[in-house]
Design a protein around this ligand. Structure first.
Ligand code: NAD
Ligand code: UD1
Length: 349
């Protein structure tokens, strides 16, 4: 059987680069479209290096998704079996300051993509949604049927794109769409060659911890110590990025199910871990002490969020394999080998 060809938007980014590697290792051909707004061409080169004999099955275009003409050309030259759509801006604080920038990039990028897909008869999509759509859940674990909300423009783009996809499927049952709600992706490929490399001050916990460990920042600020949790700090469902990447292969396989329409699945481990537990696990894995500063809660943060994994396990036949020890071990391996990510000390703060 001929190898399937997958278009991966945002494939040079953190989750995209890990997914592209798993695709290549799984015998797929992959074509990346990325404007490198929050990523580096070095990541793509490293993915090729890790893919060995499969490297020739990867090609990459520097392109903004909103460049309809450019995207049309790519679809005209290659027949895609499906699209995995990661491309988007994701910094919550920035989205509050610049909502139009977020709506323009995330919504218009997605609409142009869907229109070009439709025009070329490619109607299979896997989209990166987020557990952020559960807001502050009234109970845990979060099942896919929970009420949805958005606390900021970033979250609203995820919610809106989910709704756009549901409407699109209603209008044309030829579409097959899987919306994946990621919980908290962390860690890196075990090689330590690819990982997360955020621009500026990290918003998320583990990139911040990693930068403290390599000496780029003096201390981690803990946002809130008075939550109703075992140690007072917030609880989340951290998932190893390689497990998450594998979840996309499971979703692509599911798109072959004739009964699939527009479906949503949580990708998490089903386990909750507090901020302090995560810091301890990282200290154990790295042998580094992380200095802490206790602070007030961060506005918009939920207390406890973790996934129900039943639906993904039953219908996608996918389950996360790794625990927080492996997440922290691989995060540290990446950080210690690449203290300045894909850049150098001169190029970063
Ligand atoms: P990332 O920033 O590392 O990757 C996104 C990629 O998309 C980047 O390479 C960026 O350059 C590219 N991009 C952005 N706008 C583009 C455009 N208009 N045209 C072309 N390329 C564009 O982020 P990530 O952590 O890999 O996240 C991937 C997706 O998953 C995003 O949609 C994000 O919102 C979603 N998500 C991430 C998390 C997380 O914690 N990392 C959690 C839930 C959902
Ligand atoms: C955050 C975003 C969410 C987004 C997700 C993945 C907010 C309010 N929510 O979620 O929309 O989908 O990232 O990108 O920004 N923490 C600290 N100190 C830090 C950083 C985080 O104590 O410097 C704590 C947080 O309070 C939280 C936990 O660590 O309890 C995890 O935080 P984070 O990694 O930002 O993820 P989320 O809060 O789940």
């Amino acid at each position: 059987m001929a190898a399937k060809t997958i278009l991966v938007t945002g494939g040079a980014g953190y989750i995209g680069s890990h997914t592209v590697l798993q695709l290549l290792n799984g015998g797929f051909k992959a074509v990346i479209v990325d404007n490198y707004d929050n990523s580096s061409e070095i990541a793509v080169e490293r993915v090729k290096g890790l893919a060995g004999q499969f490297a020739s099955n990867l090609s990459c275009h520097k392109l903004d998704l909103r460049d309809r003409e450019g995207l049309e050309k790519i679809f005209a030259s290659t027949k895609f079996d499906a699209v995995i759509h990661f491309a988007g801006l994701k910094a919550v604080g920035e989205s509050v300051e610049k909502p139009l920038y977020y709506f323009n990039n995330n919504l218009i990028g997605t609409i142009v993509l869907l229109e070009v897909m439709a025009a070329h008869g490619c109607k299979k999509l896997v989209f990166s949604s987020s557990a952020t759509v559960y807001g502050w859940p009234k109970q845990v674990p979060c099942t896919e049927e929970f009420p949805l909300s958005a606390a900021n423009p970033y979250g609203r783009t995820k919610l809106m794109i989910e709704e756009i996809c549901r409407d699109l499927y209603q209008s044309d049952h030829g579409w097959k769409i899987i919306l994946l709600r990621y919980f908290n992706p962390v860690g890196a490929h075990p090689s330590g060659n690819i990982g997360e490399d955020p621009r500026g001050i990290p918003n998320n916990l583990m990139p911040f911890v990693q930068q403290v460990a390599v000496g780029r920042r003096p201390a981690l600020t803990i946002f809130g110590t008075d939550y109703k949790t075992s140690d007072g700090t917030g609880v989340r469902d951290y998932i190893h990025v390689v497990d998450l990447a594998d979840g996309h292969i499971a979703a692509l396989n599911k798109l072959e199910d004739p009964k699939i329409g527009c479906e949503v699945y949580n990708l998490g481990t089903g386990k909750g871990t507090s901020v302090l537990e995560m810091v301890k696990a990282f200290e154990n894995a790295s042998g580094k002490k992380i200095p802490l500063k206790m602070a007030d809660r961060r506005p918009g943060d939920a207390e406890i969020v973790y996934a129900s994994t039943d639906k993904a396990s039953k219908e996608l036949n996918w389950k996360a394999k790794y625990g927080i020890h492996e997440m922290c071990r691989d995060q540290w391996n990446w950080a210690s080998k690449n203290p300045y990510g894909y850049g150098s000390a001169d190029s970063k703060n």
